[in-house]
Design a protein around this ligand. Structure first.
Ligand SMILES: NC(=O)c1ccc[n+]([C@@H]2O[C@H](COP(=O)([O-])OP(=O)(O)OC[C@H]3O[C@@H](n4cnc5c(N)ncnc54)[C@H](O)[C@@H]3O)[C@@H](O)[C@H]2O)c1
Length: 353
C-alpha cells in the first residue's frame, strides 16, 4: 500500500479539532468517509470538509471495501466496541484512549486484532511528542553508558489545567442529543463508583502509559500502594515499573496552562520534562537534563522537530506504519497493561474506603 484510504467514526470534538485536520494534512492519507450517528452533525462536517462519503453509523461504514483503515473517537466505553467491530471487519484501527474500560474489553479487542490480522493503535499522543522522544532516547543512552548511574525513581505529576489552550479551529455543533451509551465498567466494580473509575482512568492512562514507555517497562508493572481521596482522583499511587519505584501524582488545580511534569532520577542526575497544554499546537514538551558530579551541569536540549504537535505526529505514525508494515509505538497489546493497572488501582482504593 502506498496510500491509506481512511474512514473516520465520530464527528465530535476530538475529530473536528484534532484528528480530521491532522489525517487530512498527511499526503499519503485520503479521508474518504465519515460515520456519525448524529445525522445533521455528520452532514455538516462532511460538507464543510468535502469528504466524499457519509454513513449513518460505524457498521454501515465497515461494509465499505474501499476503506483500508478506520479511526475512531467516541464515548469511553463505546469506542472500544466500535474498534472491535472494525478489526473484525478487516480494517486497521486507530482509536482514542482509553482503549478499554475493563480488562475483559481490552482482551476482546486484542483477540479481534489477532483473529483478523489487523493492527490496533491507541491514541497516546505523548509518545509521539518530540520532547518526549528526546527524553526516551536520553534515558536509553544514560542507561547504556552508565554515565548517571542507575535509575532510582520516577515521578509523574499531573494536576491538569487548561488543556484546550484556546485552540480556535472551527467546531460544528449540533442540537441532536449524543446517543446515550451504556456505562460499561469491570464487572466487579460497584456501579456507584463507575464515574470515579472512568474519570481517573481516562485522565491518568496517559501518564501511566508515558512513564512505562520512558522506562521501557512493558507489562512488568505492579501497584505497590494507593492513597486517593474520597473523590477517587486526588492523591498518589506508587507503582513498581521494572524494578523502579514510580509515583503518579493526580489532582486538579485552577491553572491557565497545563500542570504536568515527569522526572526520571538517576543516581547522579535527572531528566525532567514539562508537558505542553495538550491542544497547544506546534509546541513539544520541554526537557531539562541535570548531571551531578564535580562540574554540575544543567542543559535544556531542544526537541527536533522544534515546532511540532504530538497529535499530528501520532496520526503520521499510524499512516506511515501501515504503509511501511512497521509496528505501532502505542499498540493495543501494549496498552492492555494500562487497563490492567487501573483495575488494580481501583480494587485497592475500594478496599480502603
Ligand atoms: N488523547 C487525548 O488527549 C484526548 C483528549 C480528549 C478526548 N479524548 C478521547 O476522545 C474520545 C472522544 O471525545 P470527544 O470529546 O471527541 O467526544 P464527542 O462526544 O464530542 O464525540 C464523539 C462522537 O461520536 C459519535 N458516535 C457515537 N457512537 C457512534 C457510532 N456508533 N457511529 C458513529 N458515530 C458515533 C457521537 O455522536 C459524537 O458526535 C473520548 O473517548 C476521549 O477519551 C482523548
Amino acid at each position: 500500500m502506498s496510500r491509506i484510504r481512511l474512514g473516520y467514526v465520530g464527528c465530535g470534538f476530538m475529530a473536528q479539532k484534532v484528528h480530521l485536520p491532522n489525517f487530512r494534512s498527511i499526503p499519503e492519507c485520503d479521508v474518504i468517509a465519515l460515520a456519525e450517528v448524529r445525522a445533521d452533525l455528520g452532514k455538516q462536517v462532511q460538507s464543510q470538509l468535502g469528504i466524499p462519503k457519509l454513513y449513518s453509523d460505524h457498521q454501515a461504514m465497515l461494509a465499505d471495501p474501499e476503506i483500508d483503515a478506520v479511526a475512531v473517537s467516541a464515548a469511553f466505553s463505546v469506542q472500544g466496541e466500535i474498534a472491535r467491530d472494525a478489526l473484525l471487519a478487516g480494517k486497521d484501527v486507530f482509536m482514542e484512549k482509553p482503549m478499554a474500560v475493563s480488562l475483559a474489553q481490552a482482551d476482546a479487542l486484542i483477540d479481534a486484532a489477532r483473529q483478523s490480522g489487523k493492527g490496533l493503535m491507541v491514541g497516546y499522543m505523548k509518545r509521539y511528542d518530540a520532547g518526549n522522544e528526546l527524553v526516551k532516547a536520553q534515558v536509553e543512552q544514560f542507561r547504556r553508558s552508565g554515565e548517571l548511574g542507575a535509575v532510582t525513581y520516577v515521578r509523574n505529576h499531573g494536576f491538569c489545567g487548561d488543556w484546550i489552550a484556546g485552540l480556535d479551529t472551527p467546531q460544528i455543533k449540533s442540537e441532536e442529543a449524543i446517543p446515550t451509551a451504556p456505562t460499561v465498567t469491570p464487572d466487579w466494580l460497584p456501579p456507584a463508583f463507575a464515574g470515579q473509575y472512568l474519570g481517573y482512568l481516562q485522565q491518568y492512562t496517559h501518564n501511566l502509559n508515558l512513564m512505562r514507555w520512558f522506562l521501557d517497562a512493558g507489562d512488568n508493572v505492579s501497584v505497590r500502594s494507593v492513597d486517593l481521596d474520597d473523590d477517587g482522583y486526588t492523591g498518589i499511587v506508587v507503582l513498581d515499573m521494572a524494578g523502579v519505584r514510580a509515583v503518579l501524582e493526580s489532582g486538579r488545580v485552577s491553572h491557565f496552562r497545563w500542570d504536568e511534569h515527569t522526572q526520571i532520577y538517576f543516581r547522579h542526575g535527572w531528566i525532567k520534562t514539562w508537558a505542553p497544554p495538550l491542544l497547544l499546537k506546534q509546541v513539544p514538551a520541554e526537557v531539562e537534563i541535570y548531571r551531578a558530579g564535580d562540574e554540575q551541569i544543567f542543559s535544556r536540549p531542544i526537541a527536533q522537530p522544534a515546532w511540532s504537535w504530538s497529535y499530528k505526529r501520532e496520526a503520521e505514525h499510524f499512516i506511515h506504519s501501515l504503509i511501511n508494515g512497521t509496528p505501532f509505538r502505542s499498540s493495543g497489546e501494549d496498552t492492555r497493561t494500562d487497563v490492567r493497572i487501573f483495575e488494580e488501582i481501583f480494587r485497592i482504593y475500594l478496599q480502603q474506603i
